[in-house]
Design a protein around this ligand. Structure first.
Ligand SMILES: Cc1cc2nc3c(=O)[nH]c(=O)nc-3n(C[C@H](O)[C@H](O)[C@H](O)COP(=O)(O)O)c2cc1C
Length: 139
């Protein structure tokens, strides 16, 4: 299994409806090919994590990278995973201030504070630690 996280910059401001539709379509496709993960959007940044069979992830990443709605600025891979971090999320959408039941704001601000050029770089461990924390919030 392969886990991939990336940070990208949105090409325009997404309305709530737009980002919800994107996440809904993504969840539908992801469920059909056994991909799980989450998508966080806080304009202008998207932070996404996807996991699944290596081939499925590589092929989806190719699609996502070609998408003109954003530009990927940094990617980190976690190869040879044996289990999923988000078994029950086909593509969970997070937006700032929208998930009061889970206090993720500090985790996101840690991730967002990691400068693009330096991401993951030396901060790689802290990114995976943040992702583990998000995983621990899963019901
Ligand atoms: C930030 C972002 C995240 C995306 N995540 C996914 C995803 O997890 N799964 C998915 O199927 N499509 C995702 N997409 C959409 C794909 O880029 C692409 O539109 C989709 O694979 C359909 O491609 P097609 O229209 O060429 O068939 C995402 C797009 C963006 C901008």
């Amino acid at each position: 299994m392969l886990g991939v996280t990336y940070k990208s910059e949105a090409a325009h401001v997404f309305s709530d409806a737009e980002v919800e539709e994107l996440a809904e379509k993504a969840a539908e496709f992801n469920a059909s090919v056994g991909i799980t993960g989450y998508l966080y959007y806080a304009h202008p940044v998207f932070l996404q994590y996807i996991e699944g069979e290596t081939e499925a992830i590589e092929s989806l990443m190719e699609q996502i990278a070609k998408d003109p709605r954003h530009t990927i600025v940094a990617t980190a891979k976690d190869e040879d995973r044996v289990s999923r971090r988000f078994p029950s999320w086909s593509m969970r959408l997070f937006q700032p201030g929208r998930d009061p039941e889970i206090n993720l704001q500090s985790i996101w601000s840690d991730m967002l504070s990691i400068e693009a050029l330096d991401w993951p770089g030396e901060r790689s461990n802290s990114i995976w630690r943040c992702i583990e924390k998000i995983s621990s919030t899963q019901a």
